[in-house]
Design a protein around this ligand. Structure first.
Ligand code: BG6
Length: 485
């Protein structure tokens, strides 16, 4: 697959945090690998900035966020020549003429990337349309979270749909761009070994963890409005769940894949009423020690309200009501200021029915298949082997299925993959409107309930694995999170 040239990528929020940390570094790396053909990257900024200052700013961003071994002067010069800055106020329709002047008058391969709050999606689409910038080959990429509940997401979808058809809309969830997530699809659907075991007959439970060691950092203005449920659970965690639990699509085609994912979301057992207390844990970090340093409680972070009830941690027991997964709990959790940064999917197989070996604990020795997404990526299978020496004692053994040190190629960043796909008009790893709606439909009652009770989430010490209730969530089913087992 190749990007059609000349391309035009217009980044709204072009000098914002996401551009600085992820989008511009990803574009630079694509350019470095020779995968970005002739074209332009137009960054939109509300604040006035001279072109020279902008180019310096991009270079500083790359020096911070791209490994120094990939920064080469000649490559940078080529990349810099593709960059352009346009200063405009996205809310002001008159400002879009400046953007029109910077773009070609032809109907080229053009992607508008909206790395802004979803409240700006409508004004931006309207401004682009009035200025005649939306061509038949234009696409729009929407950053998450889209809306704050089902109703607002529907309203945003409808307004964007006035300007772009569904096939032109790319809702990004950068977790789908991570290499291990795609590898999970390959491992599941290119091997018969796993697929034959991938159901309630053989699997006891599945854990999906996205743990971060960082706190809210400088993003309180955003985070106070969303919390962990809207920031991570409604999108990243549920998308990972879909990839793990979906049926094999008939073909690797955009809608064939998305059809299967949406079926998983439709089959999620609703968690409503009293079940919310039993199945969902909501936490907020307190003071503690993170990576060896004392850190303040969430409520004392800059710009956080001192009585904030925003959750920084969510764990939930999720069930899928279908033949494949009936009776298999999926334990999902995410949080900030947790013990370490790790994203993992742990598939725990059923324990053996009877042990013939001394000292083999049936449950702790159950096989596990672990997909690690970060900080390093890889897949490992936990089996049992004989302990060397006399007797027949059994011990756990980790079989690495793709040792990172055997790999010669650089693992691309999620945003590299997704920006490339959007520029190539491949929407397979993007979220369709019905998936977004189903995800909101499922989380809405939980968020509504939290709003009604208006209580502080359960505090947990920064640098730990979250509130005690999270441990109890599994303990009540006789299970343990992977770090305790
Ligand atoms: C973003 C969230 O979508 O994902 C952030 O808004 C979070 O709060 C980030 O820190 C985590 O992404 P990654 O790729 O670093 O795990």
């Amino acid at each position: 697959m190749q990007i059609e040239s000349p391309f035009e990528l217009v980044l709204f929020g072009g000098t914002g945090d996401l551009s600085q940390r992820k989008l511009l570094p990803a574009l630079y790396l694509l350019h470095r690998d020779g995968r970005l053909p002739d074209g332009r990257v137009v960054c939109i900024s509300r604040r006035e900035m001279e072109s020279v200052a902008f180019i310096d700013w991009v270079l500083a961003a790359l020096k911070t966020h791209v490994a120094s071994e990939y920064l080469e002067e000649a490559v940078w010069d080529g990349f810099a020549s593709k960059l352009q800055l346009v200063c405009l106020d996205a809310d002001n329709p008159d400002d879009y003429d400046a953007l029109a002047a910077a773009l070609s008058s032809d109907d080229v391969n053009r992607v508008f990337y909206l790395a802004t709050g979803s409240n700006l999606f409508l004004p931006v689409c309207r401004g682009l349309s009035t200025a005649g910038l939306i061509g038949s080959r234009s696409k729009v990429v929407l950053e998450k979270p889209i809306g704050h509940d089902l109703q607002s997401a529907k309203a945003i979808n409808e307004s964007v749909a006035e300007y772009f058809s569904e096939s032109q809309i790319y809702r990004i969830d950068h977790y789908l761009g991570k290499e291990t997530v795609q590898n999970l699809l390959v491992l599941r659907f290119a091997n018969s070994l796993f697929e034959s075991q991938w159901n309630q007959h053989f699997i006891d439970h599945i854990e999906i963890t996205i743990a971060e060691s960082i706190g809210v950092e400088k993003r309180a203005g955003f985070y106070e409005q969303v919390g962990a449920m809207r920031d991570m659970f409604q999108n990243h965690l549920l998308q990972l769940l879909c990839i793990v639990a979906m049926e094999p699509p008939a073909r690797l085609e955009t809608d064939a894949v998305r059809d299967e994912k949406v079926k998983v979301l439709r089959a999620l057992k609703p968690i409503v009423g009293d079940a919310i207390h039993r199945h969902v844990v909501r936490g907020q970090y307190d003071a503690g020690v993170s990576q060896g340093k004392p850190v303040p409680p969430y409520r004392e972070e800059p710009d956080v309200h001192h009585k904030s009830n925003t959750e920084t941690f969510v764990a939930a027991k999720v069930e899928i009501d279908n033949w494949r997964w009936a009776g298999v709990p999926f334990y999902l959790r995410t949080g900030k200021r947790l013990s370490e940064r790790v994203t993992e999917i742990v598939v725990s197989f059923k324990e053996i029915p009877h042990s013939i070996f001394p000292m083999q604990h049936k449950n702790t020795m159950a096989n596990k298949l672990v997909f690690r997404l970060q900080p390093d990526d890889g897949v490992r299978l936990m089996l049992c082997e004989k302990r060397v020496g006399p007797g027949m004692s059994v011990r756990p053994m980790n079989l690495s299925l793709n040792p990172a040190n055997h790999r010669k190629t650089r693992v691309p960043e999620a945003y590299e993959r997704l920006l490339f796909d959007a520029l190539c008009s491949n929407a397979t790893l993007f979220v369709r409107d019905d998936e977004l709606m189903e995800a909101w439909r499922w989380v809405d009652p939980i968020i509504q309930h939290w709003n009604e009770i208006d209580l502080r989430p359960e505090p947990y010490t920064a640098g730990t694995w979250g509130p005690a209730a999270s441990t109890l969530l599994l303990a009540q089913d006789g299970r343990l999170w992977v770090e305790n087992s």
